[in-house]
Design a protein. Structure first.
Length: 357
């Protein structure tokens, strides 16, 4: 596969980071921005400049349409926040070919099922988190804070997970760990719980636009809330018999820091100095992505499984109260999946094969 083109659908920080990594590994990234705004400068031929964990200036291509980006690609990477997944999926579906792998980076709200239910027969690859953490520093530049050491991956159908892990290793390097199915991937994502605790407990800082370090904001008490949320997630995963990492394991494997309490691990990570700032606006994906497309999904899965998630539910309610909106209604993927009334076993079958039994 090395040397071919890869479509990157999305041109935010993760889209730019993915493109830089792909280019560094010898691929030709073809970026498509749904609005076109984030690729305007690159479309003039300017190189994509990366700093941090990836250094260099890289040649990338820019597509005017989603169909153009996909046309010659060997693989397609969806790299937009959860609230943009449905629109990008709908734009991509008519152009996808059976031999093209579709990598959802990262998978949320059972989006793989959405693609399968709409007739996509290409391998659908779900990542438990993004390969990189990054921030855009300009219209043609990105700072890559970290390349994760371990990223969970599964395919839909689950029988193709080995193939999916091999594909991702070819594209992004040797960092992928196969999981049972996309349900395991969904329950492996620690961002919604972690971001809920950080955002809720530092909300005044966010609203006032203060500059604060992300992991500095995880004090011992905030860390304890993260651990309590994590306990609900782990209990739910055990209900389905799927193996997922604890939040402590995730931080250890992602950043190479010693085990401890979350407060201790966050302090160790903050002390490295290589951490991003926390959100400086209430208009943040920590809320608009992670509440409706993360917490709401875990709450729904818990309801189907008979495994309550009261802290997740409380977080959804509190953020809905803070913002004066119903975050449960903001999820535009779940209502179309037809999961209402399913048993736990039927839901799990969906996440292994794409169809309920």
């Amino acid at each position: 596969m090395t040397g071919g083109t890869v479509a990157v659908l999305g041109a935010g920080s993760i889209g730019f980071a993915n493109a830089a990594l792909l280019a560094q590994r010898g691929f030709t990234p073809v970026l498509w921005s749904p609005s076109g705004a984030r690729t305007a400068a690159l479309s003039t031929g300017a190189p994509l400049r990366a700093s941090g964990a990836i250094e260099g200036a890289f040649s990338v291509e820019v597509a005017a349409t989603c169909a153009e980006a996909i046309a010659g690609a060997m693989a397609v990477v969806v790299a937009v926040p959860g609230f943009g997944h449905r629109a990008v999926f709908d734009a991509a579906i008519p152009s996808l070919r059976p031999e093209q792998s579709v990598v959802i980076s990262s998978h949320c709200s059972l989006g793989a099922l959405y693609l399968a239910r709409r007739g996509v027969i290409a391998p659908i690859i779900a990542l438990g988190t993004t390969v990189a953490t990054a921030r855009q520093t300009g219209p043609t530049s990105v700072h890559v804070n970290n390349l994760r050491r371990a990223v969970d991956v599964a395919a839909l159908p689950a029988a193709r997970t080995g193939e999916a892990a091999a594909t991702c290793t070819t594209l992004f390097g040797d960092r992928f760990v196969g999981r049972e199915d996309v349900l395991a991937i969904t329950l492996s994502n620690i961002n919604p719980e972690g971001h809920m605790a950080m955002a809720l407990c530092n909300f005044t800082r966010i609203e006032r636009g203060e500059v604060w370090r992300n992991y500095w904001g995880i004090t011992p008490y905030v860390g304890r809330l993260m651990e309590a949320l994590d306990a609900e997630r782990l209990t739910l995963a055990a209900r389905f018999g799927v193996a997922v990492r604890s939040i402590h394991e995730h931080f250890h494997l992602s950043y190479g820091i010693p085990f401890g309490t979350m407060g201790e691990m966050a302090a160790a990570l903050d002390a490295t100095g290589n951490t991003p700032n926390g959100p400086a606006s209430a208009d943040t994906r920590y809320i608009y992505e992670d509440v409706p497309f993360g917490l709401v999904v875990t709450e729904m899965i818990g309801r189907i499984a008979g495994s309550p998630t009261p802290l997740h539910s409380a977080g959804i309610d509190i953020f809905s109260g803070l913002y004066g909106r119903d975050f449960r209604a903001d999820n535009d993927l779940l209502p179309s999946l037809g999961l209402q009334g399913l048993s736990a076993s039927s839901l799990h079958a969906c996440c292994r094969t794409g169809s309920a039994v």
